[in-house]
Design a binder for this molecule. Structure first.
Ligand code: GLY
Ligand code: MN
Ligand code: MN
Length: 431
């Protein structure tokens, strides 16, 4: 791919300032602990590719397993500790080079670096001087169990993940550059799919072409399992079998996005297998496309996601009535939940280190968090009509369409980060 801009990175200074910001949030006399992700065994002697825990990665940028971050906060000042795997020649022969403690000390702006064998002993010592213990409540890990047990009667416990996830809501310029980079690779993949769909015979082949582009461009393949759903399969929202033959006259819903340096992209395009939309497909597609564009145009600081959803429901309902798919007055239809059958999901979700970014939608008081500058969310309206739905005019049966873009909230409005990925009927057909 001709990409001239330098590949973006996040500098250690940024991770350092994230840790400092987090330390400020801790109660005085606290110990904050985050563990690296546990490796996942696939079967005997084989593991799934390792991926770091997103919260741990957010605060360290460190990709190795068997690591831990500890932040100890006193009255005001704080100290940081990184625990890393010890260098071991024999193990490195099998699983590759490790950074080791000495290099970690040079590269990371943390106060102390120890090898992971010392985690238990050091944390126990530090806990004995702390009043509050922060750790990820959702993690089950023997490394944590023993410490939690010891700390049980001594301390107040808080969920460390909640603090990190709140910080992850608003993206920094460096994070946005990485998301843009992921999207630029995903753009190439979707355009390749549009160009090749006519000459390929199965969903699997199309998936392989898309993921080939991801991998060849240095992405960690997909940010979620790609959905390549042709014909009626598009009406199964999480269809991932991708094993049907492509058929002339059907649409293909492709929901696929790569993850680049831990940052996700999440894009859906719906394209005709034979390169040309039928009249009925085009009618439905353009209705949804117009809704998508209108909802995107509503994105700005202060807006609530629930308002975007409500407006999307109104517009989609109106669109379905105008096409004769629903009958009646929209207000009543919506009240009776008649749209849910055709539009059963939300308008979008936060996106970042995770495709469904692990960040809150409500504040501590349970109030919905309005859009703020620097948030990234998807906008993804869709309509799904089962092939056997006799209540719908025949020409629309068996069609599932979703259009999904990744949107950055800007002070003055929004930036559609995936605007360069073709979605107009003419653009798609001309590919
Ligand atoms: N790809 C998952 C989603 O669109 O939310
Ligand atoms: Mn999505
Ligand atoms: Mn998606």
């Amino acid at each position: 791919m001709a990409r001239t801009a330098a590949v973006p990175v996040i500098l250690e200074e940024e991770y350092e300032s994230r840790r400092a910001d987090l330390a400020k949030e801790l109660k005085p006399n606290s110990l904050f602990l985050l563990l690296s992700a546990k490796p996942q065994q696939r079967s005997h002697d084989t593991e799934f590719p390792y991926r770091q825990n997103s919260n741990f990665y957010y605060l360290t940028g460190f990709k190795e397993e068997n690591a831990a971050l500890v932040i100890v906060r006193g009255k005001k000042a704080f100290n940081t500790y990184l625990f890393v795997q010890k260098k071991e020649k024999q193990l490195e022969l099998w699983t590759g080079k490790r950074l080791g403690e000495k290099r970690a000390k040079k590269l990371f702006h943390v106060d102390n670096v120890f090898t992971s064998e010392l985690l238990h002993e050091k944390v126990l010592g530090l806990l004995s001087k702390s009043k509050n213990f922060y750790y990820d409540f959702n993690v089950t890990d023997t490394r944590l169990d023993a410490l939690r047990e010891k700390a049980k009667s001594l301390l107040a416990h808080y969920n460390a993940a909640t603090l990190v996830e709140r910080a992850r809501l608003v993206k920094s310029p460096a994070e946005i550059r990485l998301i843009k980079h992921a999207i630029s690779i995903t753009k190439e993949a979707h355009h390749r799919a549009m160009k090749l769909s006519k000459q390929l015979t199965t969903e699997k082949e199309l998936q392989a072409e898309i993921e080939y582009v991801f991998t060849k461009n240095g992405a960690y393949s997909d940010a979620y399992t790609s959905i390549v759903a042709s014909g009626n399969a598009a009406n199964t929202l999480h269809y991932i079998e991708n094993n049907k033959a492509l058929k002339d006259g059907e649409l293909i819903l492709i929901d696929a996005g790569c993850e680049y340096e831990y940052y996700a992209s999440d894009i859906t395009r719906t394209i005709p297998a034979n390169g040309k939309f039928s009249k009925a497909q085009k009618e439905l597609y353009e209705m949804i496309l117009n809704v998508e564009k209108e909802i995107i145009s509503m994105v700005r600081v202060g807006v609530l996601r629930s308002h975007l959803q409500k407006r999307a429901q109104e517009l989609l309902c109106r669109g379905l009535v105008s096409l004769g798919i629903l009958e009646g007055e929209c207000k009543k239809l919506l009240k009776k939940g008649k749209l849910n059958k055709y539009y059963p999901h939300g308008i979008g979700h936060w996106m970042g280190l995770d495709v469904h970014d692990q960040a809150p939608y409500k504040d501590a008081k349970g109030k919905e968090i309005p859009l703020c500058e620097g948030m990234v969310l998807t906008i993804e309206p869709g309509i799904y009509i089962d092939k056997d739905d006799k209540s719908v005019p025949k020409k629309y049966r068996g069609i599932g369409i979703r259009i999904e873009d990744d949107i950055l909230v800007r002070g003055s409005g929004y930036e559609n980060l995936s605007a360069a990925i073709a979605k107009e009927v003419q653009e798609i057909e001309s590919m």
